[in-house]
Ligand binder design. Sequence first.
Ligand code: NAP
Length: 249
Amino acid sequence: MKQKWVLITGASSGIGAACAKKLGEMGYNLILTGRRKERLEELANNIKAGETLVASFDLQKPGEIESFCARHEAYLKKLDVLINNAGLAKGNEKVDEGSVKDWDLMIDTNVKGLMHMTRGVLPHMVAKKEGHIVNLGSVAGRWTYPGGAVYCASKFAVRAFTEGLRMDLQGKNIRVTNVEPGMVNTEFSLVRMGSKEKAEAVYQGMTPLKAEDIADTVAWVLLRPTHVNIQEIVIYPTDQAHVGMVHRS
Ligand SMILES: NC(=O)c1ccc[n+]([C@@H]2O[C@H](COP(=O)([O-])OP(=O)(O)OC[C@H]3O[C@@H](n4cnc5c(N)ncnc54)[C@H](OP(=O)(O)O)[C@@H]3O)[C@@H](O)[C@H]2O)c1
């Protein structure tokens, strides 16, 4: 069987790193991207995989995405799967007190970065007449909560983009999936809250999902027969019944 190529954004941590490990073990060739190059190199050196390419760039900067795509066109022509995973939440203030800098960071990364990355890769998949794009949405792209307006708006945008993309690609043999997790214990809360103590409190008394749970789901989605498109999948930890409803012991 031909070894497939997968590009994972945000492979330097959390869900992206777990996807790299899982898909590498399954024999995929990996293109690992993110801003922290040393982390990506360390991961590439320590996981089982086919061939591995590491590329560090900032998804907030369209020019960096463009130059990555131009520089690595030969790899992108072979690409079977794009996992648009990189993203973040920053802050949890109410809108009237929120930081517009944090809002720009979320929108530029979660929405524009994902869209630009997709635009850069997609023509090669269309030419090849096959491919699969997996977006990391969130339950926050389906339901909102206080202090989450802008992060939720960014993930609602990911869901809308995924739906529209699926329609635009109809007949082109390219699958599109939106994976929508609830609480996953990664660096996500540390980035959002800015301190270890505050991040730990998020998961106090409850059992969150692990990054590996989401990687398993992504692997399952990819392994469906090619006539099957898992369009959306919502995964909550058992202790979380809704965005603001968490059982704590
Ligand atoms: N954890 C959760 O509870 C949860 C729930 C639902 C959905 N999600 C979504 O899952 C995805 C992965 O999050 P995670 O939980 O694995 O968080 P994480 O551990 O903080 O990982 C986020 C990844 O995104 C990358 N990234 C952030 N900004 C970037 C930028 N400007 N350019 C390039 N890469 C960037 C980071 O790499 P660098 O810092 O090295 O650039 C890192 O590898 C995100 O889209 C998140 O919204 C998470």
